[in-house]
Design a protein around this ligand. Structure first.
Ligand SMILES: *Cc1c(COP(=O)(O)O)cnc(C)c1O
Length: 416
């Protein structure tokens, strides 16, 4: 059997057949294949076919009912965000009142830090990873400045050991045990955007909280990628975007988690807006806010329905499949790609242990930008370059196939 036949056999026999047919897969540049092998779902997930109809319904309600659609639409807009609550809670392992869909990711990180980054006395530092996504770096540095602190002293950037690509959990825990008394906030990525490393969130959360720090997670690359148990892990807060693995569309509305112990604590300071008051009294237009004991208390504005509709459509797919089945398929797909990449001698920097990675393999390739262009133009493989020398491949398990992974290996080998 050729490698290609083997890949097709794996697709045909997988216990979770691909849901590719429910997504709009872009055409492959180059002409050799009809469809792209789309490995960039960690940047922007593909469009579910169900999205257009959902948007059309909201546009129709706007046309037919205008302001009345707030209360009489087929999904009344005043509490539209409620429709996302249960699916989002299942996705991240939260209680329903611990999650809310609102804003965008970086905005939510700031709202969370406004509440939970409270530098005082010796305890002022914010711990991130050295390879944090730039938005997170900028956000924490600006929070330090906002509190009158020097970011160079306030922000700690954890680095892998010399010669290694990934952080070791034991090193993060040891740092927190040693210096935790000066740490106000630990805010790492659950899955690192660059290396694809899946952090040991329960262990790091435990160590951070034991050190007296607040622990928040950026789940941009974790939500919809790996199973999460935010409530049980005792995470203080988390935020995630919905346009990567969650396929919610460009700039789609983000998610936010606040642990139950905080939502019940009225003394937690919040930046407030009218959507954060109890809906039962919202339209009394009182001058004083009456926040509910839920993550909704962090909402500011009335939500953008047209940006929520695709997220709702997408979450329905995750609900139908379930994160555990999806993760199992993801491990099979990524494992297959890893073995094919090993076969061609690719230099993978993502951890080899399936438990320490999600659906992404990052490969060192000289001139990453040029390589990604050639992969697309010559092979119809869509991947993503992080200059100077990292190409990221994400076999998103809802719509990527073993055959796509086969195409990646063939294409990378052909680059030489
Ligand atoms: C994608 C990503 C972002 C993007 O932030 P937005 O506010 O959605 O533009 C931020 N942080 C991480 C870790 C990311 O992976």
């Amino acid at each position: 059997m050729t490698a290609e036949e083997e890949a097709r056999r794996l697709d045909a026999e997988d216990p979770l057949p691909t849901l590719r047919g429910e997504f709009l897969v872009p055409p492959a540049p180059g002409g050799r294949y009809a469809e792209a092998a789309y490995l960039a779902g960690n940047s922007l997930g593909l469009q579910p076919r169900s999205v257009a109809g959902r948007l059309r319904e909201e546009l129709d309600d706007w046309a037919r009912l205008a302001v009345e659609a707030h209360t009489r639409g087929r999904r009344p807009w005043v509490d539209y965000h409620e429709l996302l609550r249960e699916p989002a809670a299942r996705l991240v392992g939260a209680l329903p009142h611990e999650v809310v869909a609102m804003n965008s990711l970086t905005v939510n990180l700031h709202l969370m830090m406004a509440s939970f980054y409270r530098p005082a006395g010796e305890r002022t530092r914010i711990v991130i990873e050295d390879s944090a996504f730039p938005s997170d770096s900028y956000a924490v540095a600006s929070q330090a400045v906002h509190h009158g602190l020097d970011p160079a002293e306030t922000v700690v950037r954890l680095k892998p050991r010399p010669g290694e690509d990934n952080l070791r959990t034991e090193d993060v825990v040891a740092f927190l045990e040693r210096e935790g008394g000066t740490v106000a906030l630990v805010m790492l990525g659950g899955v690192n955007y660059l290396t694809g490393q899946l952090m040991d969130m329960p262990a790091i959360t435990k160590a951070g909280r034991a050190a007296g720090a607040v622990v928040g997670w950026d789940l941009a690359h974790a939500a919809g990628n790996v199973p999460l148990r935010l409530h049980d892990w005792d995470v203080d807060f988390a935020a995630w975007c919905t346009y990567k693995y969650l396929n919610g569309g460009p700039g789609a509305v983000a998610g936010c988690f606040v642990h139950e112990r905080h939502v019940r604590d009225a003394s937690v300071p919040k930046l407030a807006g009218w959507w954060g008051t109890d809906p039962a009294v919202r339209f009394r237009m009182d001058p004083d806010i009456a926040p509910p004991a839920s993550a909704d208390a962090w909402q500011l504005s009335n939500p953008p329905i047209l940006a929520l509709a695709p997220v709702l459509a997408s979450l329905e797919i995750f609900d139908r499949v379930g994160m555990d089945a999806l993760r199992a398929k993801s491990e099979r797909l990524t494992g297959y790609l890893a073995s094919r990449l090993a076969g061609i001698g690719a230099r993978v920097l993502t951890p080899p242990d399936p438990a320490a990675r999600g659906a992404q393999l990052s490969v060192r390739v000289e001139d990453a930008g040029g390589a990604v262009r050639r992969l697309a133009e010559e092979h119809g493989v869509i991947a993503d370059a992080r200059e100077p020398d990292v190409v990221r491949f994400a076999p998103a398990p809802l719509y990527c196939t073993f055959h796509d992974c086969h195409r990646v290996a063939e294409a990378l080998a052909a680059l030489g």
